[in-house]
Design a binder for this molecule. Structure first.
Ligand code: SAM
Length: 264
């Protein structure tokens, strides 16, 4: 692929481009591919899990669009490639948010002059800054009945940070709004040497991961209401029950859940 115009060091792996490579995307460079391939040697199921995350995101955008949502606020978006929201529902207004300047600059290049989509550089832990950004008013006007995405990122947030995001988005959103969220979980206390090394790589990149049990996730989503379909493994949402094998759980009981939340 052509070198991007935005300033970035293509010789240092970047988590979002590593993720793009894992998804089968083309917005990545040799250093990203090498880092990803090393991760696959430690946790061979990585590719499958990240594909599930993006498939859930794609399905959720489509489902909520079918329900009439035409405004999406997507928190921790990553690169807008591989069936992300604006390409799944091209007529919707979309605000992507990410705190990684490489992602935001490169994301803006990928989006070009698409009038429906904006990319906001902000840390979602400063959720009040996100929700009070002028970009919200510019894109959504006074509409606050929106669909909010929080996908592939709860694993990088503390319990308190998740609770704050849930409370603030709930208070900000209008009645009838929905949230779609993914949760990476593992059996409590389970560990293997490979899994330990994999987690250590994220520690070194400055993005430690905390996988939490499902029961805890149920507590953290409040005051949002879990919709009647409840928490479900993403494979169930997608009708792919046999996609994940016991081996793919990597000896630590990996399971990724998706859930839709509502504000009555
Ligand atoms: C695993 S990717 C998920 C991408 C996309 N949401 C998906 O589900 O396919 C995680 C993204 O979250 C971003 N991220 C992590 N912590 C963040 C934070 N505190 N604020 C904003 N973005 C964050 C990272 O920069 C990265 O692009």
């Amino acid at each position: 692929m052509a070198e991007p115009k935005a300033a970035m060091d293509i010789n240092i792996p970047n988590a979002a481009r590593v993720y793009d490579y894992s998804l089968g995307g083309s917005h990545n460079f040799e250093a990203d591919r090498q880092a990803a391939e090393y991760m696959f040697t430690l946790v061979p199921s990585t590719r499958k899990w990240v594909r599930l995350l993006r498939m859930f995101l794609h399905d959720a955008a489509q489902e909520l669009s079918d329900q009439g949502f035409d405004m999406f606020l997507d928190l921790a978006s990553g690169l807008p490639t591989v069936e992300h929201i604006h390409s799944t529902v091209p007529n919707a207004k979309v605000i992507y948010v990410d705190n990684d300047p490489v992602v935001v600059n490169y994301g803006k290049e990928i989006l070009g002059d698409n009038p429906h989509v904006r990319f906001l550089e902000e840390d979602i832990r400063n959720i009040d800054a996100v929700l009070s950004s002028p970009v919200i008013q510019e894109v959504f006007g006074n509409h606050r009945r929106v669909a909010i995405g929080l996908n592939g990122v709860t694993v990088f947030l503390s319990d308190e940070e998740i609770q704050r995001i849930m409370r603030a988005t709930y208070d900000w959103a209008a009645s009838g709004s929905k949230m779609f969220v993914t949760w990476e979980t593992q059996a409590e206390g389970a560990m293997t040497p490979q899994w330990g090394q994999f987690l250590g790589m994220f520690d070194q990149m400055g993005s430690p991961m905390h996988l939490i049990p499902e029961a805890k996730a149920r507590e953290l989503v409040k005051p949002w209401h879990v919709d009647e379909r409840d928490f479900r493994p993403i494979t169930e949402w997608l009708g792919l029950k046999d996609y994940i094998t016991e081996q793919d759980r990597e000896g630590v009981g990996l399971e990724f859940y998706g859930v839709y939340l509502t504000k009555p």
